[in-house]
Design a protein around this ligand. Sequence first.
Ligand SMILES: Nc1ncnc2c1ncn2[C@@H]1O[C@H](COP(=O)(O)OP(=O)(O)OP(=O)(O)O)[C@@H](O)[C@H]1O
Ligand SMILES: [Mg+2]
Length: 305
Amino acid sequence: MNSILELQGVSKTIRGKQLVQDVSFSVNAGEVFGFLGPNGAGKTTTIRMMVGLSDLTQGDLFISGYSIRSSYSEAIKHVGVIIENPEMYNHLTARKNMIHFARMNGAIDYDRINELLELVGLTNVIDKKVKTFSLGMKQRLGIAQALIHRPKLLILDEPTNGLDPEGIRLIRTYLRKLAKEEGLAVLVSSHLMSEMELMCDRFAIIQEGKMVHEEILVGTEEEKQSAYNVLVQEDQLNSALAIARNFDPQAVIKENKVCLLLDNHQISLFIRQLSSAVDVKEVIQSKESLEDRFLHLTNKEGVNL
Ligand SMILES: Nc1ncnc2c1ncn2[C@@H]1O[C@H](COP(=O)(O)OP(=O)(O)OP(=O)(O)O)[C@@H](O)[C@H]1O
Ligand SMILES: [Mg+2]
C-alpha cells in the first residue's frame, strides 16, 4: 500500500491534560480520508502535529516516509495545508494571489497556476478580485494555493465550515478529482458526518482524543459495513445482545431491537450464531446514514453536534 501519511501511536499532552491519545492510521495516495469527530475531539490538535506546528508528546508521524520528528524539512516539503481559513489578499485577483503564493514558495510556474485554477473551477474568475468571491470560492482558491508546490498530501481542517450545500458539493467534487487525477492523498477533518459519507473513501472517528472507529466507505460490498436491526422475543433480547457484542462491542438495544454494525461479509456467520441461541424473528439491514452511525458509535444519540 502506498501510504503517504502515517500516524503511529501519536499522543499529545499539554499541562498534564491528554488531548490526543495513541492515534494511529494512514492515508494512501489517491484517497480522500475523513478525520471525523465532535467539537473538541482533538482534530485540530492532531493536524497541528501533522504539519509541525506542535510537537508530538509520544509516537511518530511519517509523511512520504519521512518522520516529522527527525526529518522535519523533508517531511514538510510534501504537505499542503489549510488550518481553519486560507490566507489570501482580498484586494488582489485570484491569479495575483496565486503568483504571490508561488513566489513565496520559490519559482513561479504560470502553467501550474492556470492548471490549478482550472482544477478547482475558478478559471472564469481568474482576474476577479478575491473580495468579490463567495466563501466557497475562497476555500477553493485556498486549495489551489496549498497545491502550488505539488505536495503529495493535502490536509484541510474543516474545509466545508460555513459553506452551503452547493459549496460543499463543489469542494467534494474537486477533492475527489484531485485525489484521482493528481494521485494526491487528502485528509479532511469535519464534525459533519453526513457530508463525509459522500466525500471520503475511508474515515476514522476521534472522540475525546482517542480513535474510536475506522471504516472503509468506498470499496467492494464485502469490505463495507452496514447497520443491522435484529428482532427477537423480548425475553431473548439480552442473549441476542451478547452475541451481537462479539461482532460489534458497541451494539445496543433500542426500541426492543438489537442494533449493531457489521462488516457485510460477516452477516451469514452472525445469523448462524444468533439463530443457534435465540429465536430470530427478523434481521433488517437498515439504511442508517453515516451520521446515525457516528451518533451510535460515539453514544451521542439525539445530541446535536
Ligand atoms: N493549547 C492548548 N492547551 C490546552 N488545551 C488545549 C489546547 N489546544 C486545544 N486544547 C483542548 O484540546 C481539546 C481538543 O481541541 P481541538 O481544537 O483539537 O478539537 P477539534 O476536534 O479540532 O474541535 P473543533 O471541531 O471544535 O474544531 C479541547 O478540549 C481543547 O480545549
Ligand atoms: Mg478544530
